[in-house]
Design a binder for this molecule. Structure first.
Ligand code: BG6
Ligand code: MG
Length: 220
């Protein structure tokens, strides 16, 4: 077994599963129904961001203001639409390469947590049969401050009993990488280095991360 006092925190959407595409589809439908559109580039700014903050940004892009009631109704509609995609998920949706890393952490007794902004995190983890594997789960129902605030990752590290500076975060969003940095954690971006340039390391996906690399960051 490996000697380490480190712990790992995974973001969910866009890291463990490709639900980022479902969020995009659902937000885009909302915008289209309200009479405007936004680009994939703008969508990068929504990744990692809470549901409320996402809708605020989108309405700014569309130069629209909604009443409180209508704002709530639109959030509910978006979530309903999003969950219709989630309903079809099963463990085949776990992104390639993720399971191998989770298995490696389990074998080596390295604690790992989920650190997600989503209020749907537990539903999704259940659908992909990963709910029981995590040592701790911190999601959108546990936090009051959205990424890039470090709150979600600090709570997760606390639950793992791992110091922030000994925590390693996997993230696909700019806001999430900033949150990891704000928490003094090592950040590993999953996605495009042009977007995630602030991360300590960036990989296009988990299949490009080998176990030697994981061992290196866990033991240094
Ligand atoms: C993050 C996603 O993980 O969760 C965001 O990257 C999403 O796109 C946020 O808005 C909140 O998710 P949910 O499921 O609570 O609407
Ligand atoms: Mg994400």
């Amino acid at each position: 077994m490996m000697e380490t006092d480190k712990g790992v925190i995974f973001d969910l959407d866009g890291v463990i599963v490709d639900t980022a595409k479902f969020h995009f589809l659902a937000w885009r439908k909302l915008a289209n129904d309200l009479g405007f559109d936004f680009t994939q580039e703008q969508n990068e700014q929504l990744k990692g961001v809470s549901r409320v903050e996402s809708l605020k940004k989108i309405l700014e892009w569309g130069e629209l203001e909604l009443s409180k009631t209508e704002f709530k109704r639109q959030m509910a509609l978006k979530n309903e639409n999003y969950l219709s995609y989630v309903a079809k998920m099963d463990k085949r949706e776990i992104l390639p390469g993720v399971q191998k890393i989770i298995d490696y952490l389990i074998i080596n007794n390295v604690p790992f947590a989920l650190g997600s902004a989503s209020k749907n995190a537990r539903t999704i983890l259940k659908k992909i049969s990963l709910l029981e594997k995590f040592d701790a789960i911190v999601d959108g129902t546990d936090v009051s401050k959205a990424k890039p605030d470090p709150e979600v990752f600090l709570i997760a590290a606390g639950k793992l009993r791992v110091k922030p500076e000994n925590s390693i975060v996997f993230e696909d969003s700019v806001a999430g990488i900033q949150a990891a940095k704000n928490a003094q954690m090592l950040s590993i971006g999953i996605g495009d280095p042009k977007t995630l340039g602030e991360a300590d390391y960036v990989f296009p996906d988990f299949t490009k991360i080998d176990l030697d690399f994981i061992k290196k960051v866990l033991t240094k």
